[in-house]
Design a protein around this ligand. Structure first.
Ligand SMILES: Cc1cc2nc3c(=O)[nH]c(=O)nc-3n(C[C@H](O)[C@H](O)[C@H](O)COP(=O)(O)OP(=O)(O)OC[C@H]3O[C@@H](n4cnc5c(N)ncnc54)[C@H](O)[C@@H]3O)c2cc1C
Length: 265
């Protein structure tokens, strides 16, 4: 259990063995928590011999710290409580409460299942986790793209999506892979410029001083002792997450600078 979020001092564990008398979660586990005075619900499944599962908030607001649980013959849950020795959110020093199901179907997540294991060939959508895949491709550099600021401080971004044929091909391939993995329904949502987080390329690296700003050793063509070492020197964004490449480039540059002069020795 995530400590402090789903509880702080887990106590008794009882399976819901009521066969539906206590609601729609028969077979799941109920886990008490003394400090938070509550009961959490746990769904477990066994995938290729290994248990995995998910925990959900279930019942809260007990009068003292939940320690013991036991089923009554009518499918109600007796909850024995104490806050002795360790304060609980329920202020009473001790207590006994009886929880019953009202009969109303709660609007709750029933279970979380993985279909990538032994169920791969026979997935159902009932209760399955939807997977989100982020399919990135590169918007190729264009000298027509611009970010401008007006005198009033208003920023305007002008850009045109390009490289779309490649992107569509990549999307189709991704959908094929997901279908093979058992996900029959795929929904595509395209992100616009507002989802941009890999800004780069304003001081591009290259050989020709007429076209670009820094040389392959990160030195600006115009100012001899000015170096730029960040994402701005990328000639192209490459679509992928750039941080490791930025760091690798900085390490390479530092070595180079050390060899060129003795600044850092
Ligand atoms: C929400 C988000 C999520 C991201 N997730 C990932 C990810 O998972 N993986 C990944 O690889 N990349 C990720 N990125 C991209 C990555 O963080 C950036 O590409 C990378 O940090 C850029 O590095 P940089 O050195 O070029 O610029 P920055 O990290 O932006 O560094 C520029 C520095 O210059 C300083 N500065 C600016 N102006 C001045 C000034 N006038 N004087 C002095 N200092 C100044 C700034 O304070 C800043 O510290 C993410 C970016 C965002 C926004």
């Amino acid at each position: 259990m995530p400590h402090g979020i789903m509880g702080i001092s887990t106590s008794d564990i009882v399976p819901d063995s009521t066969g539906g008398q206590f609601g729609p979660f028969a077979g799941q586990l109920l886990v008490g928590d003394q400090g938070h005075s509550k009961i959490t619900r746990v769904f477990l499944e066994r995938i290729e011999g290994v248990y995995q599962g998910a925990a959900f908030p279930f019942l809260e607001g007990f009068s003292s710290g939940v320690l013991r649980m036991a089923w009554a013959r009518d499918g109600a849950l007796f909850v024995g409580m104490t806050s002795r020795g360790w304060a609980s959110t329920g202020r009473a020093p001790f207590g006994l409460q009886r929880a019953t199901w009202t009969g109303a179907l709660p609007f709750e997540v029933s279970q979380v299942q993985s279909h990538l294991g032994s169920n791969r060939r026979n997935p159902t959508t009932n209760g399955a986790i939807p997977w989100t895949w982020w399919v990135m491709s590169e918007n190729l550099p264009s000298s027509k793209n611009r970010v401008t600021a007006s005198s009033s401080g208003h920023i305007t971004v002008r850009w045109r999506p390009n490289n779309l044929v490649t992107h569509q091909r990549q999307l189709r391939q991704t959908k094929r892979i997901m279908r093979r993995a058992g996900y029959q329904l795929t929904i595509t949502e395209t992100m616009g410029i507002a989802t941009n987080s890999h800004q780069c390329g304003t001081l591009r690296m290259g050989q020709d001083p007429a076209e670009i700003v820094v040389n392959p050793w990160c030195r600006t063509h115009d100012v001899a002792n000015l170096y730029v070492v960040d994402a701005s020197i990328f000639p192209s964004s490459a679509a992928m997450n750039p941080a490791l490449t930025i760091a690798a480039q900085a390490l390479k540059f530092a070595d180079h600078l050390k060899q060129q002069n003795h600044l850092f020795q």
